[in-house]
Design a protein around this ligand. Sequence first.
Ligand SMILES: *Cc1c(COP(=O)(O)O)cnc(C)c1O
Length: 220
Amino acid sequence: MDIGKNLAGIKATLPEGVKLVAVSKTKPPGFILKAREAGQNIFGENKVQELVRKYEELPQDIEWHFIGHLQSNKAKYIVPFVDLVHSIDSFKILKILNKEAGKIDRIIPCLLQFHIAEEASKFGLSEKEARAIIESEEFKEMKHVTIAGVMGMATFTEDEKIVRREFKTLRGLFETLKSSYFHDDPEFKEVSMGMSADYRMAIEEGSTLVRIGSTIFGER
Ligand SMILES: *Cc1c(COP(=O)(O)O)cnc(C)c1O
């Protein structure tokens, strides 16, 4: 497996304006260094302890994205350094990030994760829940988190029609939230969707951030 070659292959297909998060979960730090040598500097992890360990061990200028379900008692460990949290799936976790970031005077960009898949197991908000968060007084007073867009995971299926429909739903949610609440906020700009199996379709449907692991680093 050639990480540099895999990355080059993906990057050649990314249109301008679509960024790549290299999902390095379960892979050793050496794999991340290899990807950096090939020019990749944004990495995604889904476990707090693993992310903290890698952050401490690896160069400080890496941009770290958290992409997994974040437990409230662990959020504080990533607050000092995380660059984007893709996975806000409850108001509670947003409040905790805001509070912890306030203690060290950071502002953490966050994406609202939506439940777009058919599987009951996937985390995420409904449109109604997202609107309730954004319209609340408590949210309006938060100074240490910003909402930078939306994130979602499509159903794990071979059926392209289902996956495409779910990506369209997420892009649609982005547009409707943008026009309702964020029309004059240039920071609300990201649609995080697309993984190894479906990123090409995600790009066609308006993704701005693809999260790719196994195509770069090999199967887990
Ligand atoms: C693991 C993971 C990915 C990457 O999946 P691959 O199929 O390996 O590309 C993307 N997003 C999330 C949220 C993940 O947990």
